[in-house]
Design a protein. Structure first.
Length: 545
């Protein structure tokens, strides 16, 4: 079969077209150097086979020449393995960052290097008691003791309010910012899936839309550990459907929750149960078989809380729900509840210890009387402001009887002969006892001084309050170091991913030169063929005329 005269022109034209597209694509890469999430694009080329391969009556002469070059598609240069590694590490960074947002605030509250007020007020209370022991009948000096005690209580109140504010802030961030943000991300990913599918059905790869989707997936991975996969569209096998699942409590496929499947997506919500425990739930749109939470009588269709293995949601839930040594069984995560409970426990111990020490012997006590009167008469120094009878850091105040002057500090508990209490003898044994209680080493536990429980600290009241700050500082330092390590790891992974996917000006500059030379070479082929045809048409056969 005789080849077409313009066969070579067709080959050269295909080279010109491909070189032009390559130059255009290289220029597009270069101008998108700083575009967030942009993935470097490339032309996938293939050699057009010789026409003889497809001709019904093709020649058997094995001298067929290809018909040039063409573009299969424009594709992105991405490494799915690095994407997966990046997103798994991003969930760890998100979890630690969520821890830090709480523990850094708690550490600041109890940082005695900056906030010396509690230590100073306790010392002042101690000093005023010592002064009072020298003049136990002085009303003026007792008023200074009462004022010093009130300063201590105000510090307790402030610490309690500050911790409550940290909890409220974290609950606000979870309910009003984080959860809506996640729902928006899931909705936008589903919308992009729909648009990408429609583009791919009509032959458009929609690479820029995929870049936007990848950015959202990366952001979603900071909130929870996810798995990204693709499956073929049943109606259009050439189209891939994106599927995102959250890896559950075992990190395997046995406990996954569907987040996005094509244009369908789940939504999240949060609620606090009757015990003050925060839960995160998802709707049942993609998980019809997920069991419901029977503990919620108002909404029996609410699915059970998801169990997060990593990510910001796990960090927030742990800080809101974990109580460390106060949990049963105890755990190693000291959340906001731990600091609230340890502060409340120690404040309660402080109040009960001094209240007990300020009791006075009942002069009418008769052990043989049925029923017997109280052996000691209560003269509390501290009480709960809300009338609950349960003292904590937020509600502790001076006892109303002490404030009104119904009674004062019990400065002696010596019994007079025949019963009674000597209050006018100038004895100061009970004042000295109160002072010694502030110096005494106690064994503080999660159940209080008399309630047992897990051991917390052995020391004086001033030492145990300082120890709360030490615990918070150690926790903050530990989480900060872990966060720095995870950031270093994810930065290394991101550098590797960028080396594959991001635009390199040096490499694109080389491509410009390469494609320009390719374009010039194809143009030269056309020029040469034109010269050959000129010889064939205008000069062939004119010799001898």
């Amino acid at each position: 079969m005789i080849r077409s005269t313009f066969y070579g022109f067709g080959i050269a034209m295909s080279g010109l077209n491909v070189a032009q597209k390559a130059l255009d694509l290289t220029g597009n890469n270069m101008v998108n150097l700083n575009t967030p999430g942009y993935t470097r694009q490339r032309l996938d080329l293939y050699s057009i086979p010789s026409a003889n391969y497809a001709d019904r009556y093709a020649s058997t002469n094995p001298k067929g020449i290809g018909q040039g070059v063409d573009v299969t598609r424009v594709s992105q240069i991405r490494d799915p393995f690095l994407d997966n590694r990046f997103r798994r590490e991003a969930s760890t960074v998100g979890e630690l960052d969520a821890y830090m947002s709480s523990i850094s605030e708690i550490s600041r509250i109890f940082d005695e290097t900056q906030n010396l007020a509690l230590k100073a007020t306790l010392s002042d209370f101690y000093t005023q008691l010592q002064v009072y022991s020298g003049s136990p009948s002085s009303i003026e000096i007792e008023s200074t003791v009462r004022a010093a005690a009130e300063s201590v209580l105000r510090m307790f109140n402030q610490y309690g309010k500050d911790l409550a504010n940290v909890r409220q802030e974290q609950e606000y961030l979870l309910n009003d910012i984080t959860i809506p943000k996640i729902n928006t991300i899931l909705e936008n990913i589903a919308l992009l899936n729909k648009n990408i599918r429609e583009c791919e059905i009509y032959g458009n790869p929609a690479l820029e839309l995929k870049d936007q989707r990848n950015l959202l997936i990366d952001e979603l991975s900071t909130y929870m550990k996810i798995d990204v996969s693709y499956e073929k569209d049943e109606k259009f096998p050439a189209v891939d459907i994106l599927r995102i699942t959250m890896l559950g409590n075992d990190g395997l496929n046995r406990d996954q929750r569907m987040l996005v499947h094509g244009k369908e997506y789940a939504t999240f919500d949060a609620y606090k149960d009757g015990n003050g425990v925060m839960h995160i739930v998802s709707d049942k749109a993609l998980d019809p078989n997920v069991p419901v939470d029977p503990s919620d009588p108002n909404d029996p269709g609410t699915p059970i809380s998801l169990k997060f293995t990593a990510g910001a949601l796990k960090g927030v839930l742990n800080m809101l729900n974990s109580n460390g040594e106060f949990d049963n069984p105890p755990n190693t995560t000291r959340g906001i509840g731990f600091y609230e409970k340890i502060l409340d426990t120690i404040v309660k111990d402080f109040a009960e210890t001094l209240n007990e020490a300020n009791k006075v012997k009942n002069p009418l006590f008769d052990p043989d009387f049925d029923p017997p009167d109280k052996e000691f008469i209560d003269r509390p120094l501290f009480e709960a402001s809300d009338g609950s009878g349960v003292i904590n850091a937020e509600n502790i105040v001076l006892a109303s009887g002490w404030v009104r002057g119904d009674y004062g500090l019990t400065y002696t508990r010596f019994e007079a002969p025949g019963g009674g209490t000597i209050d006018v003898s100038g004895g100061t044994d009970n004042i000295l006892n109160l002072i010694s209680l502030l110096d005494k080493k106690f064994n503080f536990t999660t159940g209080g001084l008399n309630g047992g429980g897990n051991h917390l600290y052995t020391g004086s009241f001033q030492e145990v309050f300082s120890n709360i700050g030490n615990i918070a500082a150690i926790d903050a330092k530990s989480k900060s170091s872990a966060l720095d390590s995870s950031i270093a790891v994810i930065t290394g992974i991101e550098d590797m991913r960028n080396s594959v996917s991001s635009v390199s000006m040096d490499e694109e500059g080389i491509n410009l030169l390469r494609y320009q030379k390719s374009y010039a070479a194809a143009a030269r082929v056309i020029t040469t063929l034109d010269e050959a045809l000129d010889v064939l048409i205008n000069r062939m056969g004119v010799v001898g005329r």
